[in-house]
Design a binder for this molecule. Structure first.
Ligand code: ZN
Length: 151
């Protein structure tokens, strides 16, 4: 029998993340596997540990190269909403909730793997590492300049 967690790399990954097991991800999330990056994956992206209010750079899609603040994170389907990124225009007809109708603009969710965390000091997309403080608290620091990401 094949169990999703028997793979050793996954086990390591779970330890690194220190978060919920990968087993909890729903196999039915086909949208992600189709539109996510091929090959250099989902696993690496997870290490960035993007949080709300982080500054991120978009590395893929129509807003590639832009920088924005993370507004919302949906861990369940690996999507995030970034300020002023992936603006969707929705045409609404008058009636129902929208009395006036017209066009509504709002940020649409994007794949978490399409963004990279930014370092304020390097002003470049970075990889982070986890650092344990004396009081046992773990913080995220820039792998390049050791600038603390968490404040
Ligand atoms: Zn840095």
């Amino acid at each position: 029998m094949e169990t999703p967690c028997s793979d050793s790399t996954e086990l390591v990954e779970v330890k690194l993340r220190g978060m919920r097991s990968l087993c909890s991800s729903t196999p039915g999330d086909t949208d992600f596997s189709i539109r996510g990056p091929v090959g250099n994956g989902v696993m690496i992206t997870e290490k960035y540990r993007i949080k709300k209010d982080d500054k991120v750079r978009i590395i893929a899609g129509k807003d590639k190269g832009k920088i924005g603040k993370v507004l919302k994170i949906n861990r369940k389907n690996n999507r995030i909403v970034v300020e002023n990124i992936n603006i969707i225009k929705r045409h609404v007809r008058p009636g129902g909730q929208h009395r006036q109708g017209g066009i509504i603009e709002s940020e649409g969710p994007i794949q978490r793997s399409n963004v990279m965390l930014m370092c304020n000091k390097c002003v470049t997309p970075i990889r982070i590492k986890m650092k344990r403080l004396e009081d046992g608290k773990k913080i995220r620091v820039c792998r390049k300049c050791s600038e603390i990401i968490d404040s």
